[in-house]
Design a protein around this ligand. Structure first.
Ligand code: SAM
Length: 280
């Protein structure tokens, strides 16, 4: 029996189902159920909430989420070897765990979840940023989720939560900071995982704001931020040169010096620039 439920410890589960970790699937498992319960708690009160978890693997975090009271957990797992292990959890928590086998980049999970919805995942490194970018840029705002609690390599977590002027500030920080409150809630050493990755990891929580922090057209903002950080060492007037003939005037109108570099321009001024670019 484990620390948080009546199911066997994860090492036994892994041995029984022969779940040797595969690098190609970004498999670094969390085997300490006290730790997975702690990560689940960092997502806030889960009672009365549906949770989407991408990449449950042998189910350590899944069990943490269920033990912490999630109304229902929907998991999406690509690796068919993990499904029998997850089915054992589903039997222990009758009616509260739904297992979807497939690629999270391709499956539409919306029909399986009821609001309020939180996303909590120890993401596979190879698809983590792509999924985050999609969740941060849905067709309409507010999105289907109220919060994202996600494990990343520490460096990616720093890029998500950075502020203007920080070394890690860039596209991801602007995208995240524009419509969420994002913060690192936990740091983990490599030894927390099996097998241990090379780098430290961190859990980031992003709470969706009901409205964007500053008004801007999402498409224009994304485009201007991508261009500005595409050449982050260049002055804004140079990196945005091809955008409009009068780009210097528009930068000034947005409170940005044409000689500023993208890494010093905060989200408020990027939004002001996006608004000036909407004008003919
Ligand atoms: N949640 C487990 C834990 O914390 O121990 C496992 C985390 S492991 C870092 C990432 C998991 O994502 C693996 O189980 C892997 O098979 C799964 N995975 C990888 N690519 C995926 C994809 N495209 N869609 C769904 N799951 C994926």
């Amino acid at each position: 029996m484990s620390a948080i439920d009546n199911l066997p410890p994860l090492r036994e589960v892994i041995a029984k189902h022969q779940l040797s970790a595969r690098k190609s699937l970004g498999q670094n498992f969390l085997l300490d159920l006290n730790l997975t319960a702690k990560i689940a708690r960092s997502a806030g009160d889960l009672h009365g909430t549906d949770v989407l978890e991408v990449g449950p693997g042998p189910g350590g975090l899944t069990r943490g989420l269920l033990a912490e009271g999630a109304r229902k957990v929907v998991v999406v797992e690509k690796d068919a070897r993990c499904i029998p292990a997850l089915e054992e959890i589903a039997r222990a928590y009758e009616g509260r765990l739904e297992i979807l086998q497939g690629d999270a980049l391709e499956l539409d999970v919306s029909a399986h979840l009821v609001a309020p919805i939180r996303v909590v995942s120890n993401l596979p490194y190879n698809v983590g940023t792509e999924l985050l970018t999609r969740w941060l840029d849905p067709p309409k705002w507010p999105p289907f989720w109220t919060s994202l609690t996600l494990m990343f390599q520490l460096e990616v977590a720093q890029r998500i939560t950075a502020k203007a002027g920080d070394k890690h500030y860039g596209r991801l920080a602007v995208l995240a900071g524009w419509r969420t409150d994002a913060k690192i809630v936990m740091e983990l050493p490599p030894e927390a995982f099996t097998p241990a990755p090379k780098v430290r990891s961190a859990v980031v929580t992003l709470n969706a704001l009901s409205e964007p922090r500053y008004p801007a057209n999402a498409r224009i903002l994304k485009n201007v931020v991508a261009r500005a950080f595409g050449q982050r060492r260049k002055m804004m007037r140079a990196s945005l040169k091809g955008l409009r003939p009068d780009i210097e005037d528009r930068l000034i109108a947005a409170g940005i010096k044409p000689t500023d570099r993208a890494e010093t321009v905060d989200i408020e001024r990027f939004c002001a620039l996006a608004r000036t670019l909407e004008k003919p």
